[in-house]
Design a protein around this ligand. Structure first.
Ligand code: SF4
Ligand code: SF4
Length: 149
């Protein structure tokens, strides 16, 4: 059985930019209005969803150390499918899905847990796109990336 990891965010701020966060009225792809140079400006009063959030990279040993979201261009959000299977929704906030090395690694991860590609920036995503349902890399390339401002 795999053991968990507990990686540190470092300079990454992607989860304050890429996903939609209803509790702070933040649309997908837009930096939170509370984000400042040192991180969160309302640290002591930020909502539970922010306090408790850990992206998939921080806790899942199956995801490579080098895949910190700001470095790789993908934010992984962990969840469960309707049938209780582990799933990670990867939100591409840069146009990286067409890179062969990324496609290869996503395919490997899809053999370990369910992999979804999400452009809505929501969890659970309003439109589920299972990696294994996409025919090939050129189909992934067409998906593009979440537009960030
Ligand atoms: S996306 Fe992950 S690594 Fe980046 S700041 Fe959020 S929790 Fe930390
Ligand atoms: S409230 Fe703070 S932790 Fe939550 S998204 Fe905004 S800046 Fe990030």
């Amino acid at each position: 059985m795999s053991t968990g990891v507990n990686r540190e965010c470092g300079e990454c701020r992607v989860c304050c930019i890429a996903p939609k966060i209803t509790e702070v009225a933040k649309p997908a792809g837009t930096p939170c209005r509370h984000l400042c140079a040192t991180g969160c400006s309302i640290h002591d009063s930020k909502p539970a969803v922010c306090r408790e959030f850990l992206c998939a990279w921080r806790v899942m040993p199956e995801i490579d150390e080098s895949w910190r979201p700001d470095r790789i261009g993908l934010l992984g959000i962990f969840g469960l499918t309707d049938t209780g299977k582990r799933a990670v929704q990867f939100i591409p906030f840069r146009n990286v899905l067409g890179f062969p090395s990324i496609g290869k690694e996503l395919r490997r991860l899809a053999s370990v847990f369910e992999v979804w590609i999400g452009l809505s920036g929501e969890w659970p995503p309003s439109r589920r796109l299972r990696l294994n349902d996409l025919p090939n890399r050129s189909a992934w390339r067409k998906i593009g990336a979440l537009q960030t401002t």
